[in-house]
Design a protein around this ligand. Structure first.
Ligand code: FES
Length: 156
């Protein structure tokens, strides 16, 4: 069963004060869940729905819509490769294939040591500098196979 820690519950109460209606706090509440556990489980979705008096389906809808919310644990370094048109035309498929080979995992998987996970996502708003990916909160742009290898080495 999921519950906020006492520290995060206090933080949640502070967040609530910013909004005139409870359900408006849904996104920051979900961020707080992800900060606490690294992902948002079904139990956590139910918990947040209860706190905000919204239907669990609404919470599920939001969590599954935004790729920044993880529904299962991710690696210490979560790599999100943009697969949308500009990046695709600039070579994102070969970047993804290279990452799969180098990391020994498929899309949606996590390395056995828990260090890396890999997914493809839609446009990350950096279309002029593709192909690109995001590792946790950091963008890496104008990628080449050599650049990808260098980034992976630095993260090891
Ligand atoms: S198409 Fe890749 S960032 Fe927009």
């Amino acid at each position: 069963m999921f519950e906020f820690t006492s520290e995060n519950l206090a933080e949640f109460q502070k967040i609530l004060q910013r909004y005139s209606i409870k359900r408006a706090a849904l996104l920051p509440a979900l961020w707080l869940v992800q900060k606490q556990t690294g992902f948002i489980s079904r139990e956590a979705m139910l918990y947040v729905a209860g706190l905000l008096d919204v239907a669990p389906a609404k919470v599920y809808e939001v969590v599954t819509f935004y790729t920044m919310f993880h529904q299962k644990p991710v690696g210490e370094y979560h790599i999100q490769v943009c697969r949308t048109l500009s990046c695709q035309l600039l070579g994102s498929p070969s970047i993804t294939e290279h990452l799969k080979k180098r990391l020994g995992i498929g899309l949606g998987e996590i390395t056995t040591d828990g260090r890396f996970s890999l997914v493809e996502v839609e446009c990350l708003g950096s279309c002029g500098t593709g192909p690109m990916f995001q590792v946790n909160d950091e963008y890496h742009e104008n990628l080449t196979i050599e650049k990808v290898d260098k980034i992976l080495e630095e993260l090891k």
